[in-house]
Write a protein that binds this ligand. Structure first.
Ligand SMILES: N[C@@H](Cc1c[nH]c[nH+]1)C(=O)O
Length: 369
């Protein structure tokens, strides 16, 4: 057996990174709690059919599955906690008043890594509002996500806004496309392939490519597209949401971006930070399905704090001080209260420096090692 070898995309988090990650998660959850969100903690794995299908428009996913010898049913490891929160909201917490505000944090597992991120297991921490997906809810969710990132020490944040169901809405209304050709149009828009769009007869969608980029120019270009009320109401919505975050993040618009937006509806966003590669968070509006088929609007965000640690965030570990066998317990407690990590001698000849201590506690005084 190969000792210490882990499957591709899975890894151990070692000191000091494991502590830093725990601190980042804790800070984000603490902010959410202060904003009135109650924590839920769903399990790592569920029956496959309860994990998928709870959110409207969620596509069948590639999941990591196992057969449970106890129930003889297929279990899936969660790739996203949002669907689990949706399940809790419409089952065990269905009786609770709306809007229901819930927060969560824990590891998720994807079947495949992406090019940008070789990891398949990552920490996810977030918050969801179930019961409304109006502008006020969107403003709160975006503000909360930015505040949580600020609290984690993240600077240079970019908020990239997208309209995940825009192409479907335009295709069903002002810019008609037959159902069978919508995927083609979406793929061309994803690739920002202007020539391809024109050649395929999707000319009316061309201006959407130019409506991507920094605010406010991108929004002005979106406004210039004549698509009747469909766009007007969304533009008004985006403007109202973004006034709430003015000064906290740089704003960009990518109206047709849908990469990673599986179930989000009229509003979606991605979060980026200077010096951190790839997305650090994502969110938006969506619809939760009740067991009786009833639909409930929801809105939320998830942060992915792992890359923040590689960027040096998450705080510094405590400085370590070596404490001899005969030290006074009260004094040692005082050292911990002052922010030291105390490393107690367990026999006569522990090596303070080898144990990572920069100081030792000698006859009541702190002495450099
Ligand atoms: N859970 C989603 C983001 C999200 C939360 N709420 C709504 N959308 C993701 O990680 O992609």
């Amino acid at each position: 057996m190969s000792v210490g070898l882990l499957p591709e995309g899975l890894r151990d988090r070692l000191p000091p990174h494991a502590d830093a990650l725990a601190r980042l998660v804790w800070r984000a959850l603490d902010v959410a709690q202060a904003w009135g969100y109650e924590r839920v903690s769903p399990p790592l794995a569920e029956f496959e059919d309860t994990l998928v299908g709870r959110l409207k428009s969620s596509r069948p996913q590639d999941l990591l599955r196992v057969i449970d010898p106890v129930s003889q049913r297929t279990l899936a490891l969660r790739p996203d906690i949002t669907a689990q929160v949706g399940r809790i909201a419409v089952t065990r917490m269905a009786h609770r008043a709306r809007p229901l505000r819930l927060a969560y944090g824990g590891p998720v597992l994807k079947l495949k890594a992406t090019q940008l991120r070789p990891e398949r297991e990552m920490m996810q921490v977030g918050a969801e509002i179930v019961g409304t997906d109006n502008i006020a809810a969107a403003r709160e969710i975006v503000s909360l996500a930015l505040t949580a990132l600020e609290r984690a020490g993240v600077t240079g944040i970019t908020l990239d806004i997208t309209l995940p169901d825009l192409v479907d809405t335009l295709a069903a209304g002002p810019f008609p496309i037959e159902a069978g050709r919508i995927d083609r149009a979406r793929a061309l828009l994803d690739a920002k392939d202007a020539g391809g769009l024109a050649a395929a007869g999707f000319d009316r969608y061309l201006p959407l490519i130019d409506a991507a980029g920094p605010f406010p120019q991108a929004l002005d270009r979106l406004r210039a597209i004549d698509a009747g009320g469909v766009l007007a109401s969304r533009i008004a919505g985006i403007e109202a949401i973004t006034t709430a975050v003015a000064g906290k993040a740089a704003l960009t618009l990518d109206p047709t971006e849908r990469h990673g937006f599986e179930y989000q509806s009229w509003f979606g966003f991605s979060l980026f930070a200077e010096g951190v590669s790839g997305e650090i968070g994502r969110g938006g509006s969506y619809t939760v399905l009740h067991p009786d088929g009833r639909e409930e609007p929801a809105l939320g965000f998830s942060l992915y704090p792992d890359p923040l640690i590689d960027a040096g965030l998450g705080g510094k570990p405590r400085q370590r001080i070596f404490v001899p066998l005969d030290a006074d317990a009260g004094a040692v407690e005082g050292l911990r209260a002052d922010g030291w990590a105390t490393v107690a001698a367990l026999d006569g000849d522990d090596d303070a420096a080898a144990l990572g201590c920069t100081h030792r506690f000698e006859r009541g005084a702190v002495v450099a090692v």
